[in-house]
Write a protein that binds this ligand. Sequence first.
Ligand SMILES: Nc1ncnc2c1ncn2[C@@H]1O[C@H](COP(=O)(O)OP(=O)(O)O)[C@@H](O)[C@H]1O
Ligand SMILES: [Mg+2]
Length: 239
Amino acid sequence: MSEPLLSVEGLYTNYGKIQILRDVSLTVGAGEVVALLGLNGAGKTTTMRSIIGLTPPRAGRVRYGGRDITRWPAYKVARLGVGYVPEGRRMFRDLTTLENLQLAENGRGGAWTIARVLEQLPKLGELRGRKSGRLSGGEQEMLSIGRALVSNPTLLLVDEPSQGLAPLIVEDVYRILRELKATGVAILLVEQNALLALHIADRAYVMDSGRIVHGGPAAELAADRNRIRTLMGLDAAVG
Ligand SMILES: Nc1ncnc2c1ncn2[C@@H]1O[C@H](COP(=O)(O)OP(=O)(O)O)[C@@H](O)[C@H]1O
Ligand SMILES: [Mg+2]
């Protein structure tokens, strides 16, 4: 079998002297959607930051598209087609929606142009001239995803896209993620809402205290509420 699109092997990551990740290994195949679940503080965001070089790991390997990209700077990883939608939707608050999208365009080319993003996410089209600092939480999440789309990623890392959003907006966000999946984009998806993520994912990992404590088919985990509660706590199976 050929190598997975992304493979992470034995990552150890610290913040200062505090060890956060311990021996984290996971894979994402081409076109595969993989959920990364776990309680608050489990190390999910740190795992994403370690993969893309924002918080370089102390030990372990990150391979992407057949290359060793361990500790590569984030801008170089992005150029390989790895998109990132960070937790909390970081963007340039003084720039308009359109300007934010223009900054995110990286000239790789592909199906997702700014025009297509504004067409597929009509709300963003309406808000093209508004400063992003004045957008609602849901609108900012849309823009954050739009920014990742115009880079035409092969692999998209999405960190808690549903956090703090109204249910209708969450539906919009997941509609786009499903469309991306249908067009063959691989996704590593971090969510607090386990069932939401498991319904779109092919496989899932669960983290606890900086370690991977479970890995397997998403459908299997989705069907076993008791196991979700055991792995992730009581709140996880809601929704
Ligand atoms: N910049 C930081 N400096 C020190 N500790 C951090 C920093 N960011 C996160 N942590 C700690 O690392 C652990 C994992 O955090 P994080 O990866 O954000 O978890 P998750 O995304 O699963 O909620 C937590 O204990 C958190 O307090
Ligand atoms: Mg997080």
